[in-house]
Design a protein around this ligand. Structure first.
Ligand code: UD1
Ligand code: MG
Length: 381
């Protein structure tokens, strides 16, 4: 049942969010910050409800405009409306624009964040409509990071891990190289979500889990008051809460069996929003840890992505119509989905979707362990 599964997912996403918000409430004495958190929360709820309402309406318009896809794993002939990420992206932007008064001191970076995300939504939608070539997509996604790089005024040094400090000193100034690194990271996040795809709910599901992890990380930073610059964390927080809320509404329709597809509009939007939060919130390294499944999928995909072996247009498993289960195609299609099926054996699409979500949750849990425990061995936190 579509609703039962997705309601459980959305509820489980909101449990950590709401409980951490409650902890924050008791930890933070500062009234202004509390009021700001309250405004962000209220707008996000409104964003969730608006997305829930508008997706069915826009779905009809997509079908009319012939923007649809076929559900390959079901061997379906039914036209499923595609690119519903456009609803999420638009409502997200409205929510974040309304939050502008909270960021008067960081207006340059705030506007750059919005421009970069907006640029990426445009690119994703263009890709859905025009079906751009792989090389053009990558080139354009570099362009979309430009507003962010131009506006970035934060530090461009990296802290050297303790064991290497005797060789390199405590920190290293990267200058322009740091900007280049940010650009590559944003392009990686965007495309890595897009290529870990093809089973119902996976693109949005992974983004919601990563989004929740980022939000929890932000809340820990705010609550622990480690933060020398709470405005950076607040900026990331104010991107993440509306992002999770609007994406959760999309997940409701996109979870198995999908009533809508998200399109590259969503995957590009999600990757860029997470990247922007990481860069402007100054936690790019931690964000990278949340992308472990995407990193593994990318590593397995490299030979096909770079044309060393042929890359089919779709790299999905195949449906065994007799058993109703998906079977791996690891020989021709090198990616994490096929590797998981190879290891655990054939599964239904719904079961595989849940397993992929569990892998993402476990990896994000591991990321917290590395960030808050292991990293103290390498860095002074
Ligand atoms: C990426 C993947 C491709 C995968 C596709 C699925 C790489 C290099 N590219 O391509 O292997 O097949 O995503 O999204 O790894 N679809 C389903 N079920 C779903 C989601 C999508 O059948 O749950 C199909 C639909 O036909 C839909 C199409 O995938 O129309 C969307 O594919 P698109 O996002 O355009 O593919 P890419 O991002 O280019
Ligand atoms: Mg895609």
């Amino acid at each position: 049942m579509v609703q039962a599964d997705s309601v459980i997912f959305i509820a489980s996403a909101f449990v950590p969010v709401i409980s951490s918000l409650a902890i924050l409430y008791f930890k933070i004495q500062e009234q202004t910050l509390l009021r700001q958190l309250g405004v962000i929360f209220a707008l996000s709820i409104a964003g969730f409800l608006a997305t829930l309402k508008f997706i069915p309406i826009v779905s009809q318009l997509c079908l009319k405009a012939k923007i649809f896809g076929y559900d390959i794993n079901k061997g379906g002939t039914e036209q499923i409306p595609e690119s519903l990420g456009i609803v999420v992206g638009t409502i997200f932007l409205v929510c974040v624009i309304m939050l502008q008064p909270l960021f008067q001191t960081r207006i340059g970076e705030y506007n750059a964040a919005l421009t970069a995300i907006c640029f990426m939504i445009l690119l994703g939608f263009a890709d859905d409509v025009l079906d751009l070539r792989w090389s053009i997509k990558i080139g354009l996604s570099f362009l979309a990071t430009l507003p962010l790089l131009v506006a970035y005024s934060g530090a461009t040094t990296i802290i050297i891990p303790k064991p290497f400090q005797i060789f390199l000193g405590t920190s290293l100034e990267l200058g322009l190289l740091y900007h280049l690194m940010m650009s590559f990271l944003a392009v990686f996040y965007t495309n890595s979500i897009n290529i870990l795809a093809g089973i119902n709910g996976l693109e949005v599901g992974q983004s919601v889990v990563i989004g929740c992890s980022v939000l929890i990380h932000n809340m820990i930073q705010l609550a622990l008051k480690h933060e020398t610059d709470p405005q950076s964390t607040l900026l990331s927080f104010s991107l993440m809460l509306p992002f999770i809320a609007t994406s959760a509404a999309l997940l409701y329709y996109n979870w198995y069996p999908s009533k809508v597809f998200v399109g590259d509009t969503y995957t590009y939007f999600a990757g860029m929003t997470l990247a922007v939060a990481g860069i402007l919130g100054h936690f790019s390294k931690t964000l990278f840890l949340f992308f472990i499944p995407q990193l593994i999928n990318f590593a397995i995909s490299v030979p096909q992505l770079f044309g060393l072996i042929p890359c089919p247009r779709h790299r999905l498993p195949t449906l065994n119509k007799k058993t109703g289960k998906l079977e791996h195609q690891l020989k021709e299609k090198w990616n994490l989905i096929n590797l998981v099926l190879y290891i655990i054996g054939p599964r239904t699409e719904r079961e595989l979707g849940i397993i992929m979500m569990e892998i993402q949750v476990v990896c994000c849990g591991f990321a917290f362990f590395v960030r808050y425990y292991l990293s103290t061995l390498f860095y002074d936190n």
